[in-house]
Design a protein around this ligand. Structure first.
Ligand SMILES: [Zn+2]
Length: 387
């Protein structure tokens, strides 16, 4: 195992003195030049010694070594304020059928790890002002049939109108060496582009926090890979952006040992949190129906929808411009794209209800903002009548 480099600055060792000399000379000459230029004649602070860490080749650092635990809330996490997030600790409340169900090789229960990570993540998110709900609070059996259990988890997110539903899990495989991160979305990439956006940021956050050695070619996966045509029930029932995280494998013996450690669980929660903070920073676009106001409309007439890029309301330079990619705007009625007109100044889009439509239908308006973030809740229900 490679030795860990220390983060603290220290004096240069003998072996690297020759390499460091030009830097010292450069710093010395620079310091003299600045001193000569300063009219006030103030004394410059002494330059700190150069740490060997600053000069080491990149390969000298070991990715899988974790830094000291340190969980500050970054300034961009403020964009999470009032964002509604439902966290689902996987398997908490479910019946344990025995036979080592969802347990690691020495008996660690996946459910208990999922709950710890969810609770830590809630702490981070609350500290940033997010509105967080957990689907399950206590590690006790609810004695529900599995189908009902899974439906209720997603239903909690639907009821809240959550901006994100995140189901937290840990993976298992017959091969004990398997240990990597995967994030799951439901069905096809087109089913919910906003879910993919969240999954991308969550993946990068987890990668940085857990520092697993192994990477799969594509860590964003459809749940159809496991259940073709159905997917995972928790994602299938969700009518809001939904992602299922499989951060690592509890079936991998060294990983199971790490997952027992609450600090490691907190690292994972922090990784998810940093991902979510970046996700929120990139803007969370929304749409709203302007006309018809009550959602009732005649076929052949126009709908008017307002667009919020998730960024402009923050003000600042360029806030007067709608920050979306015009080509990314898509308007659909019951899944079929229709022509539309984009008015950038009014931040609105218009489209005509197809003549053939009758009864309850779904209008969907999606676009990508400058960060590639898609509309969180693109679907709007309409009641269409004949002429
Ligand atoms: Zn699971």
């Amino acid at each position: 195992m490679a030795t860990k480099r220390k983060n603290t600055a220290h004096f240069v060792s003998k072996g690297t003195a020759a390499a460091v000399l030009p830097y010292f000379l450069g710093a010395l000459l620079g310091g003299v030049a600045v001193w000569l230029l300063m009219s006030g004649g103030e004394r410059m602070a002494q330059a700190p010694p150069v740490s060997p860490d600053a000069l080491a080749p990149p390969a000298d650092f070991v990715w899988s070594e974790h830094p000291e635990p340190d969980f500050p809330i970054p300034p961009h996490a403020r964009f999470l304020k009032d964002v509604k997030i439902v966290l689902d600790p996987g398997h908490i409340g479910q019946r344990d059928p025995g036979h080592g169900w969802k347990r690691g090789p020495t008996g660690l229960r996946e459910a208990e790890v999922n709950l710890r990570v969810a609770q830590y993540l809630r702490e981070f998110l609350n500290a940033a002002g997010a509105d967080v709900v957990l689907t399950r609070e206590a590690d006790e059996c609810l004695d529900l049939p599995d189908k009902e259990d899974l439906r209720q988890r997603a239903e909690a997110a639907n009821r809240e109108g959550a901006d994100l539903f995140l189901s937290i899990h840990h993976n298992a495989a017959d091969d004990p060496s398997a240990n990597y991160t995967t994030l799951y979305y439901h069905a096809s990439p087109d089913h919910s582009p906003a879910s993919l956006c969240a999954a991308r940021y969550l993946l990068t956050g987890l990668d940085s926090a857990l520092r697993l050695d192994r990477q799969v070619g594509c860590a964003l996966r459809s749940d159809y890979l496991h259940y073709p045509g159905e997917g995972f029930a928790v994602l299938r029932h969700a009518r809001v952006p939904a992602v299922l995280s499989e951060a690592s494998f509890h079936s991998n013996p060294p990983e199971e040992a790490r997952l027992r450690d609450p600090v490691y669980n907190r690292r994972e929660a922090y990784g998810l949190f940093l991902g979510l903070a970046r996700w929120a920073q990139a803007g969370l676009p929304r749409v709203a129906l302007v006309r018809p106001r009550q959602g009732k409309i005649r076929a052949g007439t126009e709908v008017l929808i307002s667009l919020d890029d998730g960024l402009s309301a923050r003000g600042g330079g360029g806030a007067e411009n709608l920050r979306i990619q015009a080509d990314s705007v898509v308007v659909r009625f019951d899944g079929t794209p229709v022509p539309h007109t984009l008015d950038r100044n009014r931040r609105q889009v218009r489209a005509t209800v197809p003549q053939s439509l009758r009864g309850r239908c779904t209008l969907s308006v999606d676009f990508a903002n400058v960060f590639g973030q898609h509309v969180l809740h693109p679907r709007i229900g309409l009641e269409v009548s004949g002429r």
